[in-house]
Write a protein that binds this ligand. Structure first.
Ligand code: LLP
Length: 454
């Protein structure tokens, strides 16, 4: 079947590849046999595929690692990475605050029982309805992104007398080397107030003077999937210098600094800084800034999303059609694709794969793993090593899919979206039930065609 030269190794994920899977993953001869003490084959049989699986030990372990490393700082989970009720329940039980960026994320946090004081509301275009909801709920911090938004807040304050605790989002002019779509700290960005042009200082002056708006501090977020600490260190230096300038020049003393998220993870062979190293570098940078500029001690927040949930997630697919082109590539089609993981198609993102289920020894071949959608850009992995005899009915597992997969999923080609289960301790709990075709059709209305077809 295979037209590519085969590797003289087992189908096998190497030990290094296995390390990209969550800590609850078990391997036998390179095959993923179990997750969280539940057999991979049983998960697929019980919940069907494609299936998002979240390893509870990995998730909770990562939350604890962040809390320990950033002890004394606030850690807010950026829920956009994966916003489902059960995950937010775990996050809040483990002491995290929650960053939300829409009414839907806010409603999810409420359903998960997140105390309002631990909510941070983001967004570059918050609607009046979203800001009203923030007032109703009493969210802890609104991160103001524009003068338009400040005006909207003022209108709400005038109407109902609510006082908003706010941070201003500042674009500090720190460029990063991540994908252009997920870069936000540079000047030419739709987010926040630009520091270098003086816009941020003007916005601070306006916010500080605004009635019913209590300006507590500043926020910045540089981008996502950042592998090194140096950009955060630069941002901490710039932001503390700006806090000092605001005090000295404008007479505005602020006590809070939110440095955003963006901490990168390993998808294949990346080597991101460890959480403890990020924390250490950031602490030193913030302390140095405070000392240098004589600032009071700050309340500091970080907002990790991907690095909390990403490595805890595995997607299980069932293999369908395998097409080997004469003298060319082999295409392995799975039962999902860009509708459940848009990242490869959108960002060229790479993932680590492993066959799943009871192992079969044998050599490997290199294939293109593609989805079932009607377009050629629908791929999940290029040049992926899989068993030479991989065939319809086999399971294929994709590692590090906890972040921005379910969150960015769609019904393209009217595919129902997959279920998600939480595994650990030998048990599997449904986090999100699988969509049905009825769900997909539920919002469609039957119209009267005649007026247009006469
Ligand atoms: N805080 C703010 C204000 C953010 O905008 C984001 C992410 C985060 C925190 C969390 O960043 P993280 O720690 O997850 O990198 N869909 C893209 C990622 C978009 C990130 C958007 N903002 C992807 O799949 O790579």
């Amino acid at each position: 079947m295979a037209v590519h030269p085969t590797d003289a190794v087992h189908a096998a994920a190497t030990p290094q590849r296995q390390a990209v899977f969550p800590r609850g993953a078990r391997f036998d001869d390179g095959w993923l046999t179990a997750l969280g003490g539940v057999a991979a084959a049983d998960l697929a049989a019980r919940f069907d595929t494609p299936l998002y699986v979240l390893d509870a030990d990995e998730l909770v372990g990562r939350i604890r690692a962040f809390r320990a490393a950033f002890d004394g700082w606030e850690v807010a989970y950026a829920s956009k990475a994966l916003c489902v009720t059960g995950v937010l329940q775990l996050a809040v039980a483990e002491g995290l605050s929650i960053d939300v960026a829409s009414a839907g994320e806010l409603a999810t946090a409420q359903r998960a029982g997140v105390p309002a004081a631990r909510l941070i509301l983001h967004g570059n275009n918050k609607s009046m309805a979203e800001l009203e909801l923030a007032a109703d709920v009493g969210v802890g911090r609104v991160v103001v992104d524009s003068i338009d938004e400040l005006d909207r807040l003022t209108r709400i304050v005038e109407r109902r007398g609510h006082v908003f605790d706010v941070l201003l989002r500042v674009t500090p002019g720190v460029d990063t080397s991540t994908h252009a779509f997920i870069r936000t700290g540079h000047d030419d960005s739709k987010f926040g107030f630009t520091l270098s042009t003086g816009q941020a200082a003007d916005a601070v002056a306006r916010a500080a003077a605004a009635h019913g708006v209590r300006l507590l501090g500043l926020h910045c977020h540089l981008g996502s999937q950042l592998l090194t600490s140096d950009v955060y260190v630069r941002a901490a230096g710039i932001m503390t210098a700006f806090l000092a300038e605001l005090g000295d020049v404008h007479g505005v003393q602020l006590q809070e600094l939110n440095l955003g998220g963006g901490f990168g993870i390993t998808y294949t062979d990346e080597t991101p800084a460890a959480v403890v190293d990020h924390a250490q570098a950031l602490r030193v940078a913030v302390d140095a800034g405070c000392r240098r500029y004589g600032l009071p001690s700050l309340r500091v927040t970080v907002e990790p999303g991907r690095s909390i949930v990403g490595p805890a997630g595995v997607t299980l697919y069932e293999v369908g059609t395998v097409k080997a082109l004469e003298g060319g590539r082999t295409y392995v089609s799975v039962d999902g694709g860009m509708s459940d993981n848009l990242r490869p198609a959108l960002y060229g993102a790479r993932h680590t794969f492993a066959p799943a289920g009871p192992p079969r020894a044998g050599p490997t071949q290199r294939v293109e793993v593609v989805g079932k959608h009607c377009e050629s850009g629908d791929f999940l992995g290029r040049d992926v090593a899989v068993p030479d005899d991989l065939r319809a009915g086999d399971l294929l597992a994709v590692a590090a899919t906890g972040a921005y997969t379910h969150a960015m999923s769609s019904n393209y080609n009217r595919l129902p979206r997959p279920a998600m289960v939480l595994v650990g301790d030998g048990r599997a709990q449904l986090l999100v039930r699988r969509e049905t075709i009825d769900d997909v059709l539920a919002r469609d209305q039957v119209v009267t065609p005649e007026p247009y077809t006469r």
